[in-house]
Design a binder for this molecule. Structure first.
Ligand SMILES: *Cc1c(COP(=O)(O)O)cnc(C)c1O
Length: 365
């Protein structure tokens, strides 16, 4: 049996009956940037996260970059970031002219911890970006408390964590700003690039609104040298529909994760560790295997498609060749890059496909 890593066509098909009339209305409306439908989605998503404000932007990278600018990160500042993350977390810092300072994660959850932040702290650090990687939430109360002690602003990278909870509270309202990607493959995905920021700080909200729209509140008056990074009504309409099924689709992911955790517990590999207070949303189901590449090839030969998130750590990218960071300084990131492997998971993976993955992993691990 063929098991694709992710089936976005099936996700669209389930919603097409509801989405297409709404999308057609948007296409015919004559209004194509920001506007009332964007405001509706912003209000719905803010309420979902328990935050006072949501601001739609063009993509997740912009959400991070504009949030960092809004909390006051300026050129030359240092910003603590996970050593193991998608490169966008680091790029947002670099694009502000700031310097990413890596924090090694807990290898069990793959997330950074309050203790890790303390250990990595340097003079001149202005902010920290916890990433809720793979849909596993970070210990936000712990991180907020350490950040308070160290006088760090906190901007969350929540691009993989729509709906995740720590101790019963949804991610999106703990820090100065939580940054979201609505890239199609994310748990809450649009029909193209899209992103957003949630915050309960009215100053951060006002600043991001200004920055996303040419630094302008009033047409042709530019208060700051802002950007063009706006959400459009077609994406917003689709995201509103997607938001209404998010909890259901996350629950489907959780059922698949529970089956994998149960059925693969005696295999020769490392399963994801879920922190006691965490309710993850399983954006990815990431295992570790000592001989990862050969294992992935054997799974592929049996029709099971896997991906690697991520095969090269940010510090080892050509883009960061001048950082002076190497694998010896960041052994956990280096090891995760060698060993992690993402198994298929998603709201449209059929029970027989889950069985096929389990069977293939149990035979080949
Ligand atoms: C997807 C992602 C981003 C970037 O989002 P885009 O919408 O692709 O710009 C940032 N951080 C993480 C952890 C991501 O997974």
């Amino acid at each position: 049996m063929k098991v694709p890593f992710l089936d976005l066509k099936a996700a669209y098909d389930e919603l097409a009956g509801r989405a297409e009339p709404a999308l057609l209305e948007s296409l015919r409306s004559g209004w194509y940037i920001l506007g009332p439908e964007v405001e509706t989605f912003e209000a719905e998503f803010a309420a979902y996260c328990g935050a006072d404000h949501a601001i739609g932007v063009a993509n997740g990278l912009d959400a991070l970059r504009l949030a960092l600018m809004a909390v006051g990160v300026t050129p030359g500042d240092k910003v603590l970031v996970p050593s193991h993350t998608f490169v966008a977390t680091w790029l947002a810092v670099s694009q502000c002219g700031a310097i990413p300072i890596p924090v090694e994660p807990d290898p069990g959850t793959c997330n950074i911890t309050p203790e890790g932040i303390r250990a990595a702290m340097v003079d001149g650090a202005k902010a920290v970006i916890p990433v809720h990687l793979y849909g596993q939430p970070c210990d936000m109360p712990g991180i907020m408390s350490v950040a308070h002690d160290l006088d760090l602003k906190v901007v969350e990278d929540a691009a993989q964590a729509h709906g995740a909870m720590w101790d019963g509270q949804r991610i999106g309202a703990h820090s100065a700003a939580a940054c979201w990607s609505f890239y199609p493959g994310k748990n809450l995905g649009a029909l193209g690039d899209a992103g957003g920021i949630t915050t309960s700080d009215p100053d951060v909200a006002a600043r991001v609104r200004l920055l996303r729209n040419y630094g302008s509140r009033e047409k042709y008056r530019h208060e700051v040298a802002g950007d063009n990074s706006r959400l459009d009504p077609v994406q917003a309409r689709f995201l509103s529909i997607k938001l209404s099924v998010l909890d259901d689709w996350n629950a489907r992911r959780a059922r698949i994760a529970a089956r994998y955790l149960d059925a693969l517990s005696d295999c020769d590999l490392v399963l994801p560790n879920v922190a006691e207070k965490a309710t993850p949303v399983w954006h990815l189901f990431v295992i570790r295997h000592a001989a990862r590449d050969a294992f992935a090839e054997r799974l592929a030969a049996r029709g099971v498609q896997t991906l690697i998130h991520y095969p090269i750590a940010p510090h080892a990218q050509a883009a960061y060749a001048e950082s002076g960071l190497d694998d010896a300084a960041l052994p956990i990131a280096a090891r995760l890059a060698r060993e992690v492997l993402s198994l298929p998971i998603g709201p449209h993976l059929a029970p027989e496909q889950v069985d096929a993955v389990i069977d293939a992993v149990r035979t080949e691990a």
